[in-house]
Design a binder for this molecule. Structure first.
Ligand code: AMP
Ligand code: MG
Length: 414
């Protein structure tokens, strides 16, 4: 099983991205781009269900699929739920995702975060308050690696307009890859879209980086948890881009459970969240794809769990000399993180809580493999992790070693 050694040339490093491989083998005819919303599984899915019945497997019932386009900076989201109440539950989930988008978007001057960033103070509602509190906790726990006051640096590095490369193209790419998977009997997708990856422009000057870095420091935020009132120092701006999608999938998972759903799988742009097990009682299979070779690096089996990956390949640009700069910024240097995880590397966090998985995927990526390992050892009961480093080395923490299979060589961290 662990017998093949990475065989890669040049900079062609293995890239991880999460994708769901479901044994149910559903194949959906997806609805048009214009209309996001709930669709019933089409005939071919029904056929699959029949096939499973005839082969003696348990009847899994017809899943309901919710597709959302261009929401929370994700071109294409796919949520799939089983059970009598799946329609209603997913409709509530959709409402939640859209309300979070409206509350948290940095690009929307009417959102709570848009207003906070413009005026420097705001009374936050429950969702944004919770996210700020959680973000500040992770800031402290990760020794400042996770810092949501990073936004002025995101602006300086030009990582604010997600779809610079074109929204339509980004949507089409993400959707097409999901369809390809569906055809092969897999469902869901990982971090399939790479908007703006072809961008070429200059990096900011060191002087500008140092100037803007002065505005980044979470510890200077004045936050009254009880009232939600928050005040930022001059020029500081907040960006929940490293945590919001995990919070969204976590919130929707809770909504689904409250509404009686015991089996569902969600892909919020590579942020995977599973509710329960598959309807046939087996665990969900999450593939960590090898983007270069088109196959996958490993498969993880999970239940009731979030699997969230951060990678420098998601968003980056190239300068005239060919240097590549990615979107996860080290708050200590003001530059893209380069502590052993760089453009081609990735960190996957596995834990029940999606909010935590998202924050930690970003934070551990900033920390680099050594510090991330140290952090995991101090919090080993809270989460598990799969790391692919700059040097093409894969590490898996022991808590998921039994649930992880790979043809490649990897080291288990104890
Ligand atoms: P993710 O894909 O979850 O790693 O999130 C990346 C996003 O997190 C970026 O696009 C930024 O919005 C935000 N971000 C970048 N660097 C940091 C950091 N050091 N701490 C917190 N958020 C960050
Ligand atoms: Mg994250």
């Amino acid at each position: 099983m662990k017998n093949r050694i990475f065989n890669r040339t040049g900079k062609a490093a293995a890239l991880l991205m999460a994708a769901i491989m479901a044994l149910s083998g559903c194949d959906y005819s997806l609805s048009g781009k214009e209309s996001s919303g709930i669709v019933q599984a089409d005939e071919s899915a029904a056929e699959n269900v029949k096939k499973q019945e005839s082969t003696g497997k348990q009847n899994i019932g017809e899943p309901v699929v919710l597709e959302l386009y261009d929401v929370m900076t994700v071109p294409y989201m796919r949520l799939q739920a089983y059970g009598d109440n799946a329609d209603e539950a997913l409709a509530l989930g959709e409402e939640k995702i859209k309300s979070l988008d409206a509350l948290l978007s940095t690009g929307n001057p009417e959102s709570e975060i848009g207003k906070l960033n413009a005026s420097g103070s705001e009374k936050l509602g429950d969702d944004a308050s919770f996210l700020l509190k959680t973000s500040l906790d992770f800031y402290r726990q990760t020794d400042g690696a996770f810092d949501v006051s990073i936004y002025p640096l995101m602006e300086l590095w030009g990582f604010t307009n997600l779809y610079d490369a074109g929204l339509e193209e980004a949507i089409e790419e993400a959707e097409q890859k999901v369809k390809e998977k569906a055809k092969k009997g897999e469902t869901g997708s990982g971090k399939e879209s790479e908007p703006a990856s072809e961008e070429t422009r200059e990096a900011p000057s060191e002087a500008d980086i140092q100037e803007v870095l002065k505005k980044v420091d979470c510890s200077k935020i004045e936050f009254h948890e009880e009232t939600g009132e928050v005040t930022l120092p001059d020029g500081m701006k907040i960006d929940f881009g490293g945590i919001a999608k995990g919070y969204a999938s976590q919130s929707v998972a809770e909504i689904l459970r409250e509404n009686g759903i015991t089996s569902a799988i969600m892909d919020l742009g590579g942020n995977i969240q599973a509710v329960g097990r598959k309807p046939n009682g087996s665990k969900w299979r999450i593939a960590l794809n090898d983007r270069n070779k088109g196959g996958f690096l490993g498969i993880l089996t999970v239940e009731d769990c979030a699997v969230i990956t951060s990678g420098g390949y998601e968003r980056n640009f190239r300068d005239a000399e060919g240097n590549v700069y990615h979107h996860i910024i080290d708050p200590k240097t003001g530059h893209p993180a380069d502590n052993g995880f760089s453009v081609d590397a990735s960190v996957t966090i596995v834990c029940e809580n999606g909010t935590m998985a998202d924050a930690l995927s970003t934070a551990m990526y900033v920390c680099g493999p050594e510090k991330a390992t140290e952090y995991w050892r101090a919090h080993r009961d809270e989460f598990q992790m799969i790391m692919m480093t700059d040097k093409n080395k894969m590490y898996v923490t022991e808590g998921i070693a039994d649930d992880y299979q790979s043809d490649y060589k990897y080291e288990v961290i104890h």
